[in-house]
Ligand binder design. Sequence first.
Ligand SMILES: [Zn+2]
Length: 116
Amino acid sequence: MSSATVTEHCPHWCAGEHAADSYGAAFYHASETTSVTISRPSGLTTPDRLDVQTAQYLPDDPGEPAWSPTVEITVHAGGRYRLIGLTPEEARDFAAMLASAADMVSATGGGGRGSG
Ligand SMILES: [Zn+2]
């Protein structure tokens, strides 16, 4: 665990511009949101959109250490949504699982991904 305190600037991945004197208004840093639209027949309970965003929440007291950044997946389904927060490490594992699962069913032949 690092003992990083609340920084004076946004982290490099933050899409906003949160100056140190505006912490009262902005309580977290957030990256730009990327979305995957899922094309499925409506009426099913499958999600219709996934948003992915990196966020770092800040404590009320600027003297306290900032919380660790999290990778947030927002699952939109039927007008509702559910938020899943992952640590960067968990998100990386998850992404690798998705990629390898996709590779398994991908019919493009000759993936060309080396193992090193
Ligand atoms: Zn920021």
